[in-house]
Design a protein around this ligand. Structure first.
Ligand SMILES: [Fe+2]
Length: 509
């Protein structure tokens, strides 16, 4: 028996009113409201409703609580969860708990009405089937539909997790095309960026990668509207200009309210048109990916600005002491050569590239009287100097971007036999990249002229390094150094920076 009533449970009065207005537009239906979960459950016990719409995040009793309570006294009453996009993962879990569907804020009228129509249709069928005693068969059919929907939602969740783990935007192009075509089951998909008046297709499935002009085309309308657009079967395919014989839809990717990329999907494998469910799945994927891409851009901006500030700090330290000019750059270059011989990972080489450059950044905290003293240092002054790895580590620590680089900065004066500073680590306790840097740092210091002594020759410096194997240095690292172009004497230290194409910080290679 139909009661033609919905119940809306939401603690936010605006959402409550908006949703109830939309629901009242369904012919012959009324809407009851409740301002919290407890009152909502009470109403659901006392009255008959066709569907309950409940907000997910509410104080005292949340949407999940409402769902469980309602299931306990009326397991057949459909419950639809209302959620913000940011809690979509939670909404998926709530569906697994037995919610009939979920809708996201802000509302789209046709999404809500089609959800209502679907649920009422299924409910009607269920009621009829119950009367005809074909209940089991109907439940199985509905269950299989629900299963398919859940499969898609699980796939979407897996895709979102994968996209969120990609930190470089260009690395997202391929997976987004593949995943979107898998999710929506289409034969053709393309992803491209909007640049210089063109839609430049970067990756595609079943479509040619090319640049298409935007002005006066379908893409211009799409970019201006900032909303997805589904082409009618009578229109031409905007990618080929051939009349469409199948469904075609395109989605804009927005960053800071500007369209920067487009995704097109067309030619569904089963020949059908895109449904509201398809669009809603694709929109969730597109919005999540756009957010990831925006975060990547912001991350890069923040990272680059930090890198530039730290570089400026290193330049200012080296400018204080002309005898150490370009020292950091050379140490980084020697260390990189050793890393090549030892076949280190790209991640470790990257840490050496920047961390090697930063290794003495803590010297900014050492006063000129000590740092620039031409003669022998007193024991107290040596203690001051020994603080620089810790000062450097403290500079990088709050920036959070450079965990590996911090290891280099903190441990580059540790000795293999444990006699170094600041922590007295020994052997393998010292990170390999820091053991590498120790050799590179010592070699460069010895082969550079200082106010109190002339530079050693390459051979003298090598002999000194080898004399200190297993005391100051790791045998494995010294062996590797001897195989590098500089360590083996094939390349002079002057030629090194030029050959590596490293930009010199002081304008000289
Ligand atoms: Fe140092």
């Amino acid at each position: 028996m139909n009661c033609n009533k919905f119940l809306v449970i939401d603690d936010d009065p605006i959402t409550r009113q908006l949703l109830s207005e939309i629901l009242c537009s369904v012919d012959g239906f009324e809407t009851d409201v409740a301002c919290n979960g407890i009152l909502g459950v009470e109403k659901a016990r006392e009255n008959k409703y066709e569907i309950i719409f409940t907000d997910l995040s509410m104080p005292e009793m949340n949407g999940l609580g409402v769902l469980k309570e309602v299931q306990s006294f009326n397991p057949h009453l459909p419950v639809v969860v209302v959620t913000g996009l940011s809690t979509i993962d939670v909404a998926i879990n709530v569906m697994k708990e037995g919610a009939n569907d979920f809708i996201t804020k802000p509302f789209k009228v046709n999404t809500i009405t089609s959800t209502v129509e679907r649920i009422l249709g299924e409910k009607k069928l269920l009621d009829q089937m119950r009367v005809r005693a074909n209940y089991q068969e109907t439940v199985e059919r509905l269950n299989s539909e629900l299963f398919k929907k859940l499969q898609k939602i699980n796939l979407l969740q897996a895709i979102n997790t994968e996209i969120n783990a990609i930190y470089e935007n260009s690395a997202i192009y391929q997976p987004i095309v593949e995943m979107a075509s898998k999710l929506l089951l289409v034969r053709e998909a393309s992803f491209g960026i909007v640049e210089d008046g063109y839609f430049k297709i970067k990756k595609a499935v079943g479509v040619k990668e090319k640049d298409l002009p935007i002005k006066g085309t379908f893409f211009e309308t799409l970019i201006k509207s900032k909303s997805y657009y589904m082409a009618n079967p009578m229109e031409v395919n905007p990618l080929t200009n051939i009349p469409l014989e199948y469904s075609f839809v395109a989605f804009p990717f927005l960053v800071k309210d500007e369209v920067f990329a487009l995704l097109t999907l067309s030619n569904k494998v089963d020949g059908s048109s895109f449904t509201d469910d398809d669009i809603s799945l694709a929109l969730t994927l597109v919005n999540n990916t756009a957010l990831r891409m925006e975060n990547n851009v912001l991350y890069e901006i923040v990272y680059n600005s930090l890198v530039n500030s730290l570089r400026a700090l290193v330049i200012s330290i080296e400018a204080r002491d002309p005898y150490t000019r370009d020292h950091s750059e050379r140490v980084m270059a020697y260390a990189l050569q050793i890393a090549e011989v030892l076949n280190l990972s790209d991640e470790e080489k990257d840490a050496i590239k920047f961390g090697g450059y930063l290794h003495d950044i803590g010297k900014i905290g050492i006063r000129d009287g000590v740092l620039l003293k031409p003669g022998r240092l007193t024991e107290a002054e040596m203690d001051d100097i020994r603080q620089h790895p810790v000062i450097g580590d403290n500079i990088l620590k709050p920036l959070m971007f450079f965990p590996k680089e911090r290891e280099l900065v903190r441990y580059h004066h540790e000795h293999y036999d444990g006699s170094g500073y600041p922590d007295g680590l020994a052997g393998e306790q010292i990170p390999l990249i820091a053991r590498i840097l120790a050799v590179a740092d010592a070699y460069d210091a010895m082969t550079s002229t200082r106010p109190y002594r002339l530079a050693m020759s390459h051979e003298q410096a090598l002999a000194e390094v080898m004399r200190n194997v297993n005391r100051q240095f790791d045998q494995k690292v010294v062996d590797a150094f001897l195989q590098t172009p500089v360590g083996s004497g094939v390349e002079s230290k002057e030629d090194l920076l030029t050959s590596l194409g490293v930009e010199s910080i002081n304008g000289k290679a």
